[in-house]
Design a binder for this molecule. Structure first.
Ligand SMILES: NC(=O)c1ccc[n+]([C@@H]2O[C@H](COP(=O)([O-])OP(=O)(O)OC[C@H]3O[C@@H](n4cnc5c(N)ncnc54)[C@H](OP(=O)(O)O)[C@@H]3O)[C@@H](O)[C@H]2O)c1
Length: 294
């Protein structure tokens, strides 16, 4: 039995190999840092090299063996590199955290095709394909844990995030299905349903200027770290969503009210962000004209 598995049985992940996609910011970055006390070897992936290296430096300072891989999870070549480099460096893959993802706030009828493609390719296809490549490795090891990031928005889907919610719903259903398929190989599949957390998510989604900032992502990642130590099927955070989901299942009006409230807050955030960006642009143009005139 390998050291990593022995470590896991003791409730520790020391020496295990954990891959985290989307570790250049937000949940992925905080998760990598939250895992430091467990002393795993870490492979961190994202497209923005400078930001990814910042995470890598923080981990190295804490004496963590870390392999940063600059790559796009949508690219077949990059996914192949992630696996090859990980096995070459650390010899095994104990945990995969499929965290890389994004949202785009838009009315569905107005959503550009590229945006729809990016959402589905990143949040669903890349996640499925990376999972499919890693399962045989974990099967051979007779041990592994895959954590997929869904969202509470998959359970309360607001109209302005139709494609995003559909992708996160797909992640939930996909995880539920393969959980049963791979259980006999010693592989656990967990789904994480985060509520609103303060990361770069809003900025990328186009609601970065909204007043609602969300909860502290470090609280969530401490819970995900615990989930890695002690795997379970689902993690819903913050806890307030647990009774809310229960109530919404029994009382459709609670589901409708909650979803409507989320939708209107998100839409207000989009309008506020667009207004601020437009007035900033106008100001910039006015200043340019004044400079030219002088
Ligand atoms: N924050 C929330 O409120 C919330 C709620 C529910 C679910 N989630 C989910 O949590 C996950 C993390 O989001 P976050 O909140 O931490 O947002 P974030 O701060 O924007 O982080 C997203 C991460 O994903 C990476 N990423 C995006 N596209 C990628 C690609 N094609 N290839 C490789 N990496 C990619 C980004 O890195 P690069 O740009 O450098 O590639 C970044 O590191 C997402 O799946 C999101 O849907 C977030």
């Amino acid at each position: 039995m390998s050291e990593a598995i022995i470590g896991k049985k003791k409730g520790k992940l020391e020496g295990s190999t954990i891959i985290i996609t989307g570790a250049s910011s937000g949940i992925g970055k905080h998760l990598a840092l939250a895992l430091v006390p467990l002393k795993p070897k870490m492979v961190i992936v994202a497209r923005r090299e400078r930001k990814l290296m910042q995470t890598a430096r923080l981990l190295k300072k804490q004496k963590i063996k870390v392999l940063p891989i600059v790559g796009d999870v949508r690219s077949a070549d990059d996914r192949k590199r992630i696996i090859e480099f990980t096995l070459k460096a650390f010899g095994r893959i104990d945990v995969l955290v499929n965290n890389a993802g994004l949202g785009k706030v838009n009315l569905f009828v107005e959503q550009p095709e590229e945006e729809i493609n990016e959402l589905i390719e990143t949040n669903v296809l890349a996640l499925m394909k990376l999972t499919q490549m890693i399962i045989p490795i974990m099967k051979e090891q007779k041990n592994g844990h895959i954590i997929n990031l869904s969202s509470t928005l998959a359970l309360f889907p607001p109209y302005s995030l139709a494609v995003y919610c559909a992708t996160k719903s797909a992640v939930k259903v996909f995880s539920d299905c393969i959980r049963e398929e791979v259980r006999e190989y010693g592989i656990t599949i967990s789904t994480v349903f985060p509520g609103p957390y303060n990361t770069e998510f809003n900025q990328v989604a186009g609601i970065g200027r909204s007043s609602f900032k969300g909860f502290d992502a470090r609280k969530l990642t401490r819970k995900i770290a615990k989930l890695i130590e002690k795997p379970k099927d689902e993690l819903i955070q913050p806890w307030i969503f647990i009774p809310l989901i229960w109530l919404a299942k029994r009382f459709p009006f609670i589901h409708r009210r909650t979803t409507d409230w989320i939708a209107s807050s998100i839409w207000k955030g989009k309008e506020q962000t667009e207004k601020e960006l437009t007035s900033e642009k106008k100001l910039e143009e006015k200043e340019k004209i004044q400079i030219i005139a002088n």
